[in-house]
Design a protein around this ligand. Structure first.
Ligand code: HEC
Length: 243
């Protein structure tokens, strides 16, 4: 039986994808603290055209804006994480998220349309309108595996200007509704300031992925945030938690 070129293409993609997965695990555990963290290998090839699109300032970064939302709000333990993958759905990496996404077709992207329509479950933290809008924009732009490292302005480090968004994107699904995972609630200014000021080194060790703490206590669990976001949080703390 003769295989269509399409089938070959899918097989090649499958091989590429399995090697990427391997790299993700490798990167998470071997990058040193000072390395700019890269969530996935910088493969931003558009599968339809084979070209690598330029990342413009308007491009939604999959690694810093979209992946953390799916991991935090859908992929926590017991839900759509690798160990549980409830209903066969796993939202912890690009390949698995794309199972429910159709590029440039948000209306037919199940992992988009279900948000707010049953998922996340009613008593779990919900994605905000801004989160949903950035997922839509990412799909409209082609749902690419865009990987950005220089993604923030470290001269901005107020709660309203930067910290709130970083925490709601990367931590909100687990610490965004009371009581929060491990009884840590980071859903508003006063609670976050109170928790962080009382637990500064625990908090900083967790987000810096220090190797002296258990792997389960490194936050967010899906992988270290890009360095510039960690720096914004550090500046916020060092400058007395500006609102
Ligand atoms: C997918 C769910 C999830 C996400 C996302 C998440 N956390 Fe956690 N967090 C947990 C769980 C579960 C624990 C308890 C871990 C343990 O005790 O082993 C925890 C514990 C912590 C702790 C205490 C660590 C310690 O040493 O006791 C801090 C601080 C923390 N998280 C901060 C954050 C911050 C900041 C973010 C975002 C940048 C974040 N978490 C994102 C689930 C999550």
């Amino acid at each position: 039986m003769k295989m269509s070129p399409n089938k070959y293409f899918i097989i090649i993609l499958a091989i590429l994808f399995s090697s990427c997965q391997h790299d993700i695990i490798y990167n998470v555990f071997t990058f040193s603290k000072d390395t700019v963290y890269v969530v996935t290998p910088p493969v931003v090839t558009n599968p339809n055209t084979g070209t690598t699109p330029a990342v413009t300032s308007d491009t939604v970064c999959f690694n810093t804006e979209i992946l953390p939302l799916y991991v935090s709000y859908c992929g926590s333990a017991g839900c759509h994480d690798a160990a549980t993958h409830s209903s066969g759905v796993m939202t912890t990496d690009y390949g698995h998220i794309m199972v429910g996404i159709r590029a440039k077709n948000a209306a037919n992207s199940k992992y988009y349309t279900i948000i707010g329509n049953g998922m996340p479950p009613r008593n779990s933290p919900q994605l905000t309108a801004a989160h949903i809008a950035s997922i839509k924009k990412w799909i409209d732009q082609g749902a690419l595996n865009t990987n950005c490292t220089k993604v923030c302005d470290t001269t901005v480090f107020t709660y309203a200007g930067a910290i709130q968004t970083i925490l709601s994107t990367n931590c909100g699904g687990c610490h965004g509704a009371k009581p929060g995972s491990a009884n840590i609630y980071l859903g508003d200014y006063a609670s976050t300031k109170a928790y962080v000021s009382a637990n500064k080194s625990i908090f900083l060790n967790a987000i810096n992925y220090v190797t002296t703490i258990a792997a389960s206590k490194r936050m967010p669990p899906s992988g270290k945030m890009v360095d510039c976001k960690i720096l914004q949080i550090q500046k916020w703390i060092n400058n007395g938690y500006p609102q």
